[in-house]
Write a protein that binds this ligand. Structure first.
Ligand code: UD2
Ligand code: MN
Length: 286
């Protein structure tokens, strides 16, 4: 079992590689949203997930080593639904992963870009991840052939979302669920820290990729399907009126605004049964 493997501290040399395509994939999924989920219930359904929301296939060496980072504040029901669906989804893919939640606990305006930067930084302290998934809390994948590993190009996974009638809203759209290798993430200096409130940060991230002469790739639309849990505009995440102005100068700012200028205060780090939680305060210059 898994405990034995951990006790022996097996490495890449001791296990056969997992197959290129996992035999456990089931393709299109029937996604439903059970009411009143609890952490214990979800944990019981996922006995192989270890403290902190960690998993690796017990009998083979995973091809993908992935940190899933979720920017979060006051969306408990969405978080439970995501954990309920994502853990079995990732295990069927036979990947090695940990789910990290970055919780902005202050009353400042929500800052998704900054939370993703914090998630990257903290997750890389925990493990030498080879692939980072940046994942909205409210997006539930509908096909497990959408494998959460990285390719040689930055990946945009949320290709077809029910909210957009399962169509890509525009060609450079890079919202919802995206993935980068750490080298690529560092090359673009991470994400912008100065998008406060809703909107624009996803386009800024896309610009950073294009400015660094990279392209984005996507899974086939049949695989990259998601349902978005229903929500209105959150309190504290008002539409950012400065977003267009900021976007017009990404090419000037990206080198001096990102992972190299990130500041925050880590209040706590907890391992829960289903995820590792970072509680943080973000600073806002006035
Ligand atoms: C879109 C993008 C999203 C992001 C956002 C603009 C899609 C599918 N997603 O999402 O990636 O670019 O626009 O910022 O197009 N959150 C909280 N608590 C809050 C507010 C936000 O946890 O109070 C997190 C949560 O993970 C959420 C994400 O931030 O899923 C994006 O916020 P949203 O879902 O309110 O915005 P939405 O659906 O327009
Ligand atoms: Mn949403």
């Amino acid at each position: 079992g898994l405990e034995q493997i951990q006790a022996l501290n097996l490495t890449e040399d001791d296990l056969p590689s997992c197959p290129k395509s996992s035999p456990f994939l089931s393709g299109p999924l029937k996604v439903s949203f059970p009411l009143h989920l609890t952490m214990d219930e979800i944990a019981q359904k996922n006995p192989w997930v270890q403290m902190g929301g960690h998993y690796q296939p017990p009998n083979c060496w995973a091809l993908h080593h992935t940190a899933v980072i979720i920017p979060y504040r006051a969306r408990r029901k969405h978080l439970y639904q995501l954990l309920y669906h994502l853990h079995p989804f990732l295990q069927r893919q036979q990947i090695h992963y940990t789910i990290y939640v970055v919780h902005q606990i202050d009353n400042n305006t929500f800052n998704r870009g900054k939370l993703l930067n914090v998630g990257f930084k903290e997750a890389m302290k925990e493990n030498n991840w080879q692939c980072i998934y940046f994942h909205d809390v409210d997006l539930i994948p509908e096909d497990d052939r959408n494998v959460y590993g990285c390719s040689v190009l930055p990946m945009h996974s949320a290709v077809a979302i029910d909210k957009f009638q399962y169509k890509l809203p525009y060609q450079t759209y890079f919202g919802g669920v995206t993935a980068l290798r750490p080298t690529h993430y560092l090359k673009i200096n991470g994400f912008p820290n100065n998008y406060w409130g809703w909107g624009g940060e996803d386009d800024d991230i896309a610009s950073r990729i294009f400015l660094n002469k990279m392209f984005i790739t996507r899974p086939p639309a049949a695989f990259g399907r998601y349902r978005m849990l229903k929500h209105g505009h959150d309190k504290g995440n008002e539409v950012n009126p400065k977003r267009f102005h900021l976007l017009s100068s990404t090419h000037i700012r990206w080198r001096r605004n990102g992972i190299n200028t990130l500041n925050y205060k880590l209040l706590s780090k907890e391992q829960t049964q289903l995820y590792t939680n970072f509680t943080i305060l973000v600073w806002r210059r006035r």
